[in-house]
Design a protein around this ligand. Structure first.
Ligand SMILES: C[C@](O)(CO)[C@H](O)COP(=O)(O)OP(=O)(O)OC[C@H]1O[C@@H](n2ccc(N)nc2=O)[C@H](O)[C@@H]1O
Ligand SMILES: Nc1ncnc2c1ncn2[C@@H]1O[C@H](COP(=O)(O)OP(=O)(O)OP(=O)(O)O)[C@@H](O)[C@H]1O
Length: 308
């Protein structure tokens, strides 16, 4: 055990393709989930303490649970149980990723706490063991650990790294209030039932990654990528939050190459040609007053990283 605090930085994600299969008997959906890590970060600092304690700072801190339902706490408990360590740690989360925004903020904290505790306790868990614990914590958590770009299969936890060429410039419109991920998946099923196509795994075609999209990521051509960005959860997020239509329109009119809901939403993501175009999209979104905050960033960026 080291006595010095350990700080880990973990990025948010955007899904450049989210193909959703039918509802499985276990309540999850099979996915073809193309993740991209982007430069909005939470920082998790682990310090020795007399007991497990969570504190959170940042503008959305009041929305984050401080009990054992916090994904950072669950990560510490899972690692401690496996290695026979007492989970005596103070985890401080400096939160910059929007809460319940479809950008995997809680997942970032789970992956970050796991890496921070592994380093603090000198547990020496293997990468595969860390990934297995991440998958138990949530479908998005393994990607928060690895970052970069990756294809997630199964419920999103089975990752295959993807090659990317060049930097992609993004603008994110943060909404007032979050959306619950299970509620958005339920709405997706409801819309499929209402359309008469059915929502079970037998009714919905197996989700598959788009070859054009993987090629566009490889070349890093934002124009080619913009043409094929796709999120099967977008109609459900818009159905639950119709005002997102105005946000998506404002960013498109502001010069974005493409606009889509990030994961389960309600954050909206806009792909821009270059940094100047991204600033133009951000200004248009701010003028439109269709969102609570605007963030300009880029990706891919590395996953959870120990800063010390
Ligand atoms: C929307 C995405 O963010 C896209 O990356 C993820 O699929 C959500 O991942 P997550 O927040 O880590 O979700 P989990 O904590 O694993 O699951 C929360 C709930 O979301 C639904 N869920 C999640 C993942 C999945 N492949 N199918 C689902 O139906 C289930 O109702 C599940 O009970
Ligand atoms: N460390 C955490 N940070 C934020 N929320 C957390 C955390 N731990 C648990 N939660 C709970 O999880 C809910 C979803 O939060 P989160 O910010 O992860 O959503 P999200 O970004 O939409 O997730 P995803 O994109 O993975 O579907 C919150 O409303 C909160 O109750």
């Amino acid at each position: 055990m080291t006595a010095a605090p350990v700080t880990v930085r973990v990025p948010a994600k955007v899904n450049v393709q989210l193909a959703v299969g039918g509802l499985r008997p276990d309540g999850f959906h099979d996915l073809a989930n193309v993740f991209l890590a982007v430069g909005l970060y939470d920082e998790i600092t682990a310090t020795p303490s007399d007991r497990l304690r969570i504190t959170v700072s940042g503008p959305d801190a009041h929305q984050v649970p401080l009990d054992e339902s916090n994904l950072a706490a669950r990560a510490a408990l899972a690692l401690a149980a496996r290695h026979g360590v007492e989970p005596r740690v103070h985890l401080h989360i400096a939160k910059d990723i929007p809460v319940a925004g479809g950008m995997a903020g809680g997942s970032a904290d789970g992956a970050g706490a796991l890496l921070a505790c592994d380093t603090l306790w000198e547990t020496g868990a293997t990468r595969d063991e860390l990934l297995a614990i991440c998958a138990e914590l949530g479908s998005d958590v393994p990607f928060s650990l690895v970052g970069g770009a990756a294809l997630g299969r199964g419920r999103g936890e089975l990752l295959e790294p993807l090659e990317t060429g060049g930097v992609l410039h993004w603008v994110f419109a943060v909404a007032d209030g979050g959306l619950s991920t299970p509620a958005v998946y339920r709405e997706c099923d409801r819309l499929r039932e209402a359309a008469g196509t059915g929502s079970s795994a037998a009714d919905v075609p197996e989700p598959a990654p788009s070859g054009d999209l993987l090629r566009a990521l490889r070349t890093g051509d934002p124009g080619a990528l913009a043409a094929v960005l796709a999120n099967d959860l977008q109609p459900a997020a818009v159905s639950l939050r119709p005002s997102l239509t105005e946000t998506l329109r404002a960013g498109s009119e502001g010069g974005a190459l493409a606009a889509l809901v990030s994961g389960s939403g309600p954050t909206c993501a806009f792909l821009a040609k270059d940094p100047e175009a991204a600033e133009g999209v951000a200004e248009a979104l701010l003028r439109s007053a269709t969102c609570r905050a605007v963030r300009v960033t880029s990706g891919p960026v590395p996953g959870a990283t120990v800063l010390r």
